[in-house]
Design a protein around this ligand. Structure first.
Ligand SMILES: Cc1ncc(COP(=O)(O)O)c(C=O)c1O
Length: 392
């Protein structure tokens, strides 16, 4: 028997980066020593104190039952306390916090949970590709706003046409930003709150890289902005902060109507997270070893960033220095597109990079470098690229 996918599934966007993975795998199969800078998966293990806590919780039969719907109250309280301590933002744990199996699921669910056909979703270009899956599953229209280098990859809200702003129901913003590495400013977030109030648009802040800021600067949370809680929510994930991408733990905080819609759709799809994971998630953010673990991660990415950008400068390839994340956004040399440059690098130097047109049309002209290998290999990758003499 043969079965055909639903029209809904057939209408989902194609995974752009599946193509990159296939090309990298083909290159590896030739026996080449591939340096893969194309991915976004933290390479280091989860901090030991979290692994140990998890082992203890998994061994406790009390954690083997169904979780409470909407997650453990103690986890929601710990999440609210974490935000209060780190960002001075206060949330009611029961009404203003949602527990999620990773932030991707929440970002994809939201249009479905909160929007109707005809409503418009505003998305960054370039942006995290899964936002588009949410628009397609929710059957809503989306429009993009450009992130341009001349504006430090922050949107110019005044450039969003009035009729688009009036139709918009939600706007997604992501700082520290994937793929550009840009960070937000308090001034931008203040403008965003005012704009959201004026047009009655919900702000969805994707704070996936919230812990990863360079040069001693902690990235600001949208929730630090006066009025933010009235207009939106923020997703916080464990994936990058604690190298826990495979564990699938995140939460959202903010506006109670948006949180309720998220919780409601989750009631229909999941029975929250494995309770042992929720207890471990509490330990992760309450243990006194937390900040040290985060600082070690940040220091490691900063060392890699510095090694990479210094090596790039040496070959005349001028980087756009990231303020956060674990990426560096790089311009492609004259005469190349993002794709043709990425293909050339893989072919001639066995260095894989992510062509940034995969993040949207405004990514054209750039590639994204993942700082997810040791500094020596990053430098080696740049030296191999230098041998092509593209920047002389
Ligand atoms: C910008 C951005 N948002 C969200 C996510 C999803 O993270 P999570 O592991 O919490 O689903 C990622 C993962 O790469 C990301 O880059």
């Amino acid at each position: 028997m043969e079965f055909t996918e639903s029209r809904l599934l057939q209408g989902l966007p194609k995974q752009f980066f599946a193509n990159l993975v296939a090309k990298v795998n083909a290159k590896v199969a030739t026996g080449a020593d591939v340096i893969n800078l194309g991915q976004g998966n933290p390479d280091k293990p989860t901090p030991e104190y979290i692994v140990e806590a998890t082992q203890k919780w998994v061994a406790d039969p009390a954690t083997h039952k169904y979780s409470r719907f909407r997650g453990l109250p103690a986890f929601k309280k710990a999440a609210a306390d974490f935000y209060e301590e780190k960002y001075g933002a206060c949330f009611n744990p029961e009404k203003e916090v949602a527990i999620l199996g990773g932030s991707k699921i929440g970002l994809v669910e939201l249009p479905w949970a909160l929007m109707n056909p005809g409503d418009t979703l505003l998305l960054p270009d370039p942006g995290y590709p899964d936002y588009l899956s949410g628009a397609a599953l929710g059957k809503v229209k989306y429009e993009t706003y450009p992130l341009k280098e001349e504006n430090y990859f922050l949107p110019n809200l005044n450039d969003i046409p009035k009729e688009v702003a009036e139709r918009a129901k939600l706007i997604y913003v992501n700082y520290p930003n994937n793929p550009t590495g840009a960070v937000a400013t308090p001034g931008f977030y203040e403008q965003l709150v005012a704009w959201a109030k004026k047009y009655h648009v919900g702000v969805i802040s994707d704070f996936a890289y919230g812990a990863l800021g360079f040069d001693g600067k902690t990235p600001i949370s949208f929730m630090q902005t006066p009025g933010a809680k009235e207009v939106g929510i923020e997703f916080y994930t464990y994936s990058k902060t604690f190298n826990m991408a495979g564990w699938r733990i995140a939460f959202a905080v903010g506006n109670r109507d948006i949180i309720e819609a998220l919780n409601l759709i989750q009631d229909h799809l999941f029975v929250s997270l494995f309770p042992a994971l929720q207890y471990a998630a509490i330990d992760a953010i309450t243990d006194p070893r937390r900040d040290r673990a985060i600082q070690e991660n940040v220091a490691r990415y900063q060392e890699r960033r510095d090694a990479f950008i210094q090596a790039a400068e040496r070959i005349g390839w001028h980087p756009i220095v990231p303020g956060g994340t674990f990426y560096t956004y790089m311009p492609v040399p004259k005469g190349y597109t993002s794709q043709s440059f990425a293909d050339l690098l893989l072919d001639k130097t066995a260095v894989a990079v992510a062509p940034a047109n995969g993040f949207g049309q405004h990514g054209e002209g750039y590639v994204r470098i993942g700082l997810l290998i040791e500094p020596e290999r990053l430098v080696e990758a740049v030296e191999r690229i230098g041998n092509l003499h593209l920047f002389d």
